[in-house]
Design a binder for this molecule. Structure first.
Ligand SMILES: NC(=O)c1ccc[n+]([C@@H]2O[C@H](COP(=O)([O-])OP(=O)(O)OC[C@H]3O[C@@H](n4cnc5c(N)ncnc54)[C@H](OP(=O)(O)O)[C@@H]3O)[C@@H](O)[C@H]2O)c1
Length: 418
């Protein structure tokens, strides 16, 4: 590997692409010889610090250049990147992408294309950006049967939840995240859990051999969380995190939603824009990967790691793919997942309220772990935590309770991480 110089093309020279190009050009030649041969952009007339000689707006300049060994895709969005990646792999080129949308959409198809063409496909930066977590899952842990993978895999929402834990309102936390560049002007993908959902699809494929569809993967975001929820969480020795959970213990289910989580759990310690992934299996117990889950430099670091792996692989003329895991187990619908629920209610402080509420839970076979009542008169608040029960039974209970005359509002519901 030391004696060969690899020709590299980079598709995209925006936020991430610029950082990658700079890292490639300054990489220690003692590690590997790299030559940035082409950079694909949409608008060549934009001012940038890249020589005109290597800039192109024509994908064919990369696809049809036999001297290009390795291509990095950092365009963003699904089109045209997905078709470009497929064509490059079919041409036998190694491809590295940071694009979670493409891998969530077509990961197994592209992995198979890479295998069929004896080509390399890497996408470490697509999940948790700067944290090298996919390579351990694909390679180091390939011999392990995994039981559960959970993670904080959206830095923006974690930044906002950390601010709220420190006393901010949701709106203030969002404005600060936008000012700091963590949140987009339209924050929907981050705050409604959609970004985490795409990453959960990728983790499902790599850890359990199945890609749940959008409809299968229950997703709820953080936009309904309030300061008061955090105050209650603190009273219960917990905090609130947006967590992706994928488990295959008693049936397979993947979901993304906010949870009340014990402050002693490793995920509770992940603050600000950091990410973490916890991987569990019988032989490994619990592994925790944590670090920066976004940002140009950490993302470029993951991409450079992939470049080195690809160069190593190219030298031995092999694909990087171990057999994908085969799905073992049964799909479990979200309504059958066992959850423990924290429920905050405004109630009229009158005799029999608690009996009515606990009776309704009982009729749905949901048992109550703890109850706290606060305030008097029409300002009474009731906080309940249920034992684990199927989601559908908890939902029925909450629907029936909210219709009771003595219940003014169901102020909030949050699942407890178990
Ligand atoms: N930001 C992060 O922290 C992070 C972390 C992990 C992964 N990622 C992923 O990294 C990827 C790139 O993100 P980014 O923030 O760097 O995007 P960006 O700043 O919008 O840059 C996109 C680049 O791609 C070029 N481009 C877009 N469409 C094109 C087309 N049809 N043909 C040719 N060139 C085209 C643009 O060209 P012009 O310059 O001419 O407009 C620009 O240079 C995304 O998939 C993102 O999800 C980002």
């Amino acid at each position: 590997m030391e004696n060969k110089t690899f020709n590299v093309a980079v598709m995209g020279a925006g936020n991430i692409g610029s950082a990658v190009i700079s890292r490639l050009m300054n990489l220690d030649k003692g590690i590997v010889g790299l030559n940035v041969k082409r950079v694909l952009v949409k608008d060549k007339s934009k001012k940038r610090e890249i020589s005109d000689d290597i800039l192109t707006d024509n994908f064919d300049d990369i696809l049809n250049d036999d001297s290009i060994d390795l291509v990095i895709e950092v365009l963003g969005g699904i089109d045209p990147g997905k078709d470009y990646i497929k064509a490059l792999l079919q041409n036998g080129k190694a491809v590295i992408t940071a694009n979670k949308d493409i891998i969530a959409d077509s990961g197994s198809d592209l992995i198979n294309t890479a295998k069929e063409n004896n080509a390399c496909l890497y996408f470490e930066a697509a999940v948790a950006a700067g944290i090298p977590v996919l390579k351990p899952i694909i390679e180091s842990l390939r011999g392990e049967e995994l039981t559960k993978v959970s993670g904080i895999i959206n830095g923006t929402s974690n930044y906002m939840l950390t601010s709220m834990e420190e006393g901010s309102t949701y709106d203030d936390a969002l404005s600060t995240a936008q000012e700091l560049g963590y949140a987009e002007p339209d924050p929907t993908n981050d705050v409604e859990g959609l970004d985490a959902k795409y990453k959960a699809v990728i983790l499902s494929l790599l850890c359990f051999g199945t890609s749940p569809t959008s409809d299968d993967l229950f997703t709820d975001g953080i936009s309904g969380i309030t300061k008061e929820d955090f105050e209650w969480a603190a009273r219960l020795g917990k905090t609130i995190k947006l967590v992706a959970q994928i488990d295959n213990k008693n049936g397979f289910n993947a979901r993304v939603h906010p949870v009340l989580i014990d402050t002693k759990h490793p995920l509770a310690a992940i603050r600000g824009a950091l990410n973490a992934v916890v991987v569990e299996g019988d032989n490994i117990n619990q592994l925790v990967f944590s670090g920066p889950g976004a940002g140009a430099e950490p993302t470029a670091s993951a991409i450079i790691g992939d470049v080195l792996s690809a160069c190593h692989q190219l030298s031995s003329d092999q694909t990087n793919w171990y057999p994908l895991r085969e799905f073992k187990g049964e799909m479990k619908n979200f309504e059958d997942v066992q959850s423990s629920m924290f429920i905050r209610l405004s109630v009229n402080d009158e005799p029999g309220v608690l009996a009515n509420i606990s009776g309704t839970f009982g009729e749905n076979n949901v048992s109550i772990e703890s109850v706290i009542q606060e305030g008097r008169g029409d300002k009474a608040e009731l906080v309940l935590v249920t034992h684990e029960a199927p989601e559908k039974d908890i939902k029925n209970s909450i629907d029936q309770i909210s219709a009771l005359d003595s219940v003014t509002t169901v102020t909030s519901t949050l699942r407890v991480y178990v």
